[in-house]
Write a protein that binds this ligand. Structure first.
Ligand code: DGL
Length: 278
C-alpha cells in the first residue's frame, strides 16, 4: 500500500479531464495537479520548449513526492515522451491508452484524430493506431483555437462563437464518415457537448481522460502502488499564474469547489535536476 499522491500535469485546464476520471476510478487516491497556466498553450511551441517545460513540470511534481506521474497533455505525450521515460517514478501519457480505446471503438475503421498543432505534426496518435491495426484510416486535424476557448471558459453548447469554431474545424472530418473521434488534446473533452452537436450521435468520442485513468489504475494495482482503499482521496491544485479563471472552470467541470486548494508556483524557477531527468 502506498499513500503518496499521484501527480498530474497539463499546460492548463485540460488535465482536469483526467483528474475527473481519476477521482471516479480511484476515489481513495490523493492527487497533486499542476496546470501551467502562465505558459499555456504548449501546442503552438517548438519541441525544445515543450521538452523544457515538461522537465520543469515533472521536477515540480517530484518535489511533491508523488508516486506516479500522468502527463495529462496530448502535446507533452506526443513531443516529450522521452522525458517521461527518464523519470525516477513511473509515468504515462495519453497517446497509448486513448489510441487503444479508439481502435477498440471503431466499427467502420475510420478514426478522426484532433489535437494541437504540435501533436498533429508529431503524428503520434496516427503511428500508435497504425501499429495496432494498419488497415484503419486515420483523418487528422489540428484545432489550435479550441484551447483558448476552453481556457476562457467558452464551453457552453449555446455559445455561438464556440459552435462556429467547432463546425469550421470538424465539418471536413464529418464528411469522411468517421465513426470515432479521438480527442487527442485533454482540453477538448470540455467541448464534448458542442462537438457532439456538430458531428452527431453516431460518432463515438474518445476522451483521453477515461482511458488514461484506467491505464493508471491498472499500473498502480500491478505494481502494488495503490493507496489504502478505505481513505477518501484529496486533491491539491497548483497553477503558474492567476488562479481565477482556472477556479471558475475547474469548479464547473469537476463538480466540486477547488477554490481553497489552489496555490501558485513560480515554475520558471524550478530547477531541472539533470541526473534524474534527461
Ligand atoms: N491540453 C494540452 C494537450 O492535451 C495542451 C493544450 C495546449 O497547451 O496547447 O495537448
Amino acid at each position: 500500500m502506498d499513500n503518496r499522491p499521484i501527480g498530474v500535469f497539463d499546460s492548463g485546464l485540460g488535465g482536469l479531464t483526467v483528474v475527473r476520471q481519476l477521482m471516479r476510478q480511484l476515489p481513495g487516491e490523493d492527487i497533486v495537479y499542476f496546470g501551467d497556466t502562465g505558459r499555456v498553450p504548449y501546442g503552438t511551441r517548438s519541441p525544445q520548449t515543450i521538452e523544457r517545460y515538461t522537465k520543469q513540470d515533472c521536477s515540480f511534481l517530484l518535489s511533491e513526492r508523488v508516486k506516479y506521474i500522468i502527463a495529462a497533455c496530448g502535446t507533452v505525450s506526443s513531443v516529450a515522451s522521452h522525458v517521461l521515460k527518464s523519470l525516477p517514478v513511473a509515468a504515462t501519457g495519453v497517446v497509448e491508452p486513448s489510441s487503444d480505446a479508439a481502435v477498440k471503438a471503431t466499427r467502420n475503421g475510420k478514426i478522426g484524430v484532433i489535437g494541437t498543432a504540435a501533436t498533429i505534426n508529431s503524428g503520434s496518435f496516427r503511428r500508435r493506431i497504425m501499429q495496432l491495426n494498419s488497415e484503419i484510416q486515420v483523418f487528422e486535424k489540428a484545432c489550435p483555437l479550441f484551447v483558448p476557448l476552453v481556457e476562457n471558459g467558452w464551453i457552453d453548447r449555446n455559445d455561438e462563437i464556440t459552435r462556429l469554431t467547432v463546425r469550421r474545424y470538424l465539418a471536413p472530418l464529418g464528411e469522411q464518415s468517421i465513426d470515432t473521434l479521438l480527442l487527442g488534446c485533454t482540453h477538448f473533452p470540455l467541448l464534448a457537448p458542442v462537438i457532439m452537436d456538430v458531428l452527431g450521435e453516431n460518432v463515438t468520442l474518445i476522451d483521453s481522460g477515461q482511458a488514461t485513468a484506467a491505464a493508471c489504475a491498472e499500473l498502480l494495482a500491478k505494481s502494488g502502488l495503490l493507496g489504502d482503499p478505505a481513505r477518501k482521496g484529496r486533491a491539491r491544485f497548483y497553477v503558474s499564474d492567476r488562479p481565477e479563471d482556472f477556479t471558475r472552470v475547474a469548479d464547473m467541470f469537476l463538480g466540486c469547489e477547488v477554490d481553497n486548494h489552489i496555490m501558485t508556483v513560480d515554475i520558471e524557477k524550478v530547477d531541472i535536476p539533470e541526473a534524474s531527468l534527461i
